[in-house]
Design a protein around this ligand. Structure first.
Ligand code: ZN
Length: 277
């Protein structure tokens, strides 16, 4: 049984502020330790449940946050960037399940460090007219590839967002949002044990190997803060204008996810604001 873990940072146990999750931040080095330990808890859980191979994709910011030397020795780590599929780099139908660790709610939701892919530049996103962020887009893309999402950890807002997309996903709230940069934390050991138990349970409670829906065409729309980003992206064939700040494109989901990574790179070049996922 092959398991893929996408590891973000904003939803990691104990972390509440940009100082915790951005390189150079006062507590970033500690944040890396906390992120690595949440991932290790999930890896222990899936190994207990019979996983034979675990790939972890470091999916936050510079994508070099996890500490390779203290990561569970069974893990194959995908590290660094750019990666054409970003937070889902390398995911394909050879995996039996996707687990999301340290995820956060979408831009506009009242969750800890909520945002969608970029800290400020993306105001809103919609998939087939439905508000979407990193959680919904990961779920839709994995499903299109035929890989079921079985578990997610993050704050309570991230868990609620996942449940809204798919009530069959096991969720673990490691903290409860008080505001965008404040939370009530679960005790650290308790949170990690909950992740470990849920990871094991999620593989036995849910049938793995969902039917792929990759043939289905979807529409992804993004409202940018900057009209300049929207105008520039209209130069890509297939991208159309919704209004001066909003553009959209149609495609099958793995392709659309990949194209979206190009959009964020264009936005980064124009605004000098790096991805903050
Ligand atoms: Zn992130």
């Amino acid at each position: 049984m092959r398991i893929y873990i996408s590891a973000d940072m904003e939803g990691v146990t104990g972390l509440v502020d940009a100082e915790d999750v951005q390189p150079g931040g006062r507590d970033y080095e500690n944040g890396r330790v906390m992120m690595t330990e949440d991932v290790n808890a999930a890896v222990r859980g899936v190994m207990t449940a019979g996983a034979t191979e675990v790939t972890v994709n470091d999916a936050h910011g510079p994508m070099r946050n996890l500490l390779p030397e203290t990561l569970h020795p069974a893990v194959r780590l995908i590290r660094g960037r750019p990666k054409v599929m970003g937070m889902l780099e390398g995911l394909d139908d050879s995996y039996d399940a996707l687990i999301c660790i340290g995820f956060h709610a979408r831009a506009g939701a009242h969750g800890v460090m909520s945002h969608s892919f970029m800290g400020h530049e993306i105001e809103d996103m919609w998939l087939d007219g439905r508000p979407v962020g990193e959680i919904g887009l990961a779920h839709a893309t994995a499903t299109a590839l035929g890989v079921p999402v079985v578990m997610l950890s993050g704050d309570d807002a991230a868990c609620a967002e996942m449940t809204d997309w798919d009530s069959g996903v096991t969720t673990v709230a490691v903290k409860y949002a008080r505001d965008r940069f404040a939370a009530e934390l679960r005790p650290i050991d308790e949170a990690r044990q909950a992740i470990e138990r849920a990871a094991a349970h999620s593989l036995t409670s849910r049938a793995t190997g969902a039917a792929a829906t990759a043939h289905r065409t979807a529409t992804l729309a993004v409202r940018w803060q900057s009209t300049s980003v929207a105008a520039t992206l209209l130069g890509i064939p297939g991208v159309t204008s919704v209004d001066s700040r909003t553009i959209q494109a149609d495609g099958t989901l793995p392709d659309l996810y990949r194209q979206f990574s190009v959009w964020t790179r264009v936005a980064t070049a124009l605004t000098d604001q790096g991805p903050y996922c």
